[in-house]
Design a protein around this ligand. Structure first.
Ligand SMILES: Cc1ncc(COP(=O)(O)O)c(C=O)c1O
Length: 488
């Protein structure tokens, strides 16, 4: 296919050139109605290209096939049979993917380290999760994706499960053995869905971890805004093989998605695909070299340790690691990742990605350069010099892996929508949660609706919040009280 074209961008340019005049949404009409103070901040370009997708970018019947052509080019670029653009983030795409495999009361085998958007999908749909434990590193207090063997065992125990969903890479950059997992699924005729929200860049360089489509997955979901050049909310889901029908996937997306997709998001997706096909290899050559240099510079700073493959990969741990997620252990500084991240933003205007009780992480992408990484290194040097002023690490009570494994006694849907009450956290042990309790980022729920809680997990969240953890989805975000199911 001719990847020098970008159908959405070309249609947008034609829209402007031909002087189209909208008597349709959006009501700002290319910004003519927008408050000038808004335009001072956002610029004119955002409004000018914010046009309706049909009877705007394309005609009423979409006869120009603008979106279809852009999606075909995307599929071709990454070696999928079909690609679908979504403007509602992977939060929506992952739900569409799940619902194309399983329906209400049907079983789906799911890694327990999934993002909260998957749990929302379970709540809304009534799909019955069969949880598979991640591979827990008790020394690093970190979960890696579950092993293919664990998924295999779950499928043996639940032969009626409709398919498997795994997250890879995790927000920490660690990857599942997707080839082995695809084999485990396909041996039984089950589809494999990969939540590859953090992996939109993987198809474009051979030294990056294996791309889910290459590993044989049936559906994979990517957030192009996370690691690529997409605008926020841009997501693509990719499909191959005969286990999930494209029209089924499309109908699930139609069920959940907006009827007013943002053309700016489509345009950036289209441009990203062309950029990657034409320049991806060279851009990631440079980015990977830069990442290696930054990693060793950080490692050389006293008190900081950058996690590499030697820490994260191997038997019982992850299969691979995306080196662009630079995960830094700061235990030696005697403070928490929360405090360090806040200090770096306050003092150096550096915003980090994941911060937890003992780590901070910096995400590198093809957009970084000597100036940005230089500023990061300088700020980290300064962090170490000022570590003594940050205040001591408040103790976060990390539970044993066994205590993190909560029994799912009700369907997430039933617990969430059933009768509930709010009880003090000290009284919530042994009660069934009716809400998600999710440290964010990375957004992996520690507790989800329908699970019977224990004291260890509650203490983890309570002590975590006191130390700086954010639990935004809780009815009481300070977790001094918890929403629980009223059991008859
Ligand atoms: C693993 C994973 N899946 C899905 C999502 C949702 O993606 P989005 O923010 O594009 O909706 C996230 C977001 O952080 C994520 O980490």
């Amino acid at each position: 296919m001719d990847h020098s074209h970008a159908p959405v961008l070309e249609a947008l340019a034609a829209y402007h050139d031909s002087g189209q005049l909208p008597f349709t949404p959006p009501g700002h009409k290319q910004g003519r109605g927008a408050d000038p103070r808004v335009k001072t901040v956002l610029g004119d370009a955002v409004f000018r290209s914010d046009v309706l997708a049909t009877s705007g970018l394309d005609d009423r019947m979409s006869s120009g096939g603008v979106l279809r052509k852009a999606q075909e080019l995307m599929a071709d670029a990454v070696g999928a049979e079909h690609a679908f653009f979504s403007t509602c983030g992977s939060s929506l795409s992952v739900k569409s993917a799940m619902l194309s495999v399983a329906g209400p009361d049907e079983k789906l085998v799911v890694g327990r380290d999934v993002h909260k958007s998957v749990v929302s999908g379970l709540i809304l749909s009534g799909v019955r999760p069969i949880w598979v434990d991640p591979q827990w590193d008790p020394d690093l207090h970190l979960a890696h994706p579950p092993s293919a063997q664990s998924f295999s065992a779950a499928l043996d125990e639940h032969p009626d499960a409709r398919g498997v969903l795994v997250t890879s890479p995790t927000p920490y950059g660690t990857c599942a053995d997707l080839r082995a997992l695809a084999e485990v699924c396909h041996r039984r005729g089950k589809p494999l869905i990969v939540d590859e929200a953090w992996g939109a860049h993987l198809p474009f360089h051979p030294d990056l971890p294996t791309w889910a489509m290459d590993a044989g997955a049936d559906v994979c979901v990517t957030s192009v805004h996370k690691m690529g050049s997409g605008l926020e909310q841009s997501s693509v889901f990719h499909l191959q093989g005969g286990l999930v029908r494209p029209e089924v996937l499309r109908s699930r997306e139609d069920l959940l998605g907006t009827t007013s997709p943002n053309v700016l998001v489509y345009a950036a997706l289209d441009g990203w695909r062309r950029q990657m096909v034409e320049h991806g290899r060279a851009l990631y050559d440079q980015t990977l070299t830069r990442a290696a240099r930054v990693r060793s510079r950080i490692e050389a700073i006293d008190g900081l340790h950058v996690h590499g493959r030697e820490d994260f990969c191997g038997p019982g741990r992850a299969d691979d690691l995306d080196p662009l997620q630079v995960i830094i252990d700061i235990t030696a500084l005697g403070t928490t990742g929360y405090r360090a991240a806040d200090w770096l933003r306050r003092q150096h205007h550096i915003n980090l990605h994941v911060a937890d009780h003992r780590r901070i992480s910096a995400q590198l992408t093809h957009a970084d350069n000597d100036r940005t990484t230089g500023a990061l290194l300088e700020a980290l040097d300064d962090l170490v010099r000022h570590a003594g002023n940050l205040g001591p690490a408040e103790k976060v009570e990390i539970p044993d892996p066994a205590q993190l494994r909560l029994e799912q006694v009700l369907l997430p849907r039933d617990a969430f929508f059933g009768r509930v009450e709010q009880v003090p956290w000290q009284q919530a042990a042994d009660r069934v949660a009716a809400e998600m309790l999710t440290p964010y980022p990375p957004g992996i729920p520690a507790v989800l609706p329908g699970q019977r809680m224990n004291n260890d997990v509650l203490l983890y969240l309570r002590s975590g919040v006191d130390a700086g953890m954010v639990v935004p989805d809780a009815a009481d975000p300070r977790v001094t009280s918890v929403r629980v199911a009223v059991e008859e």
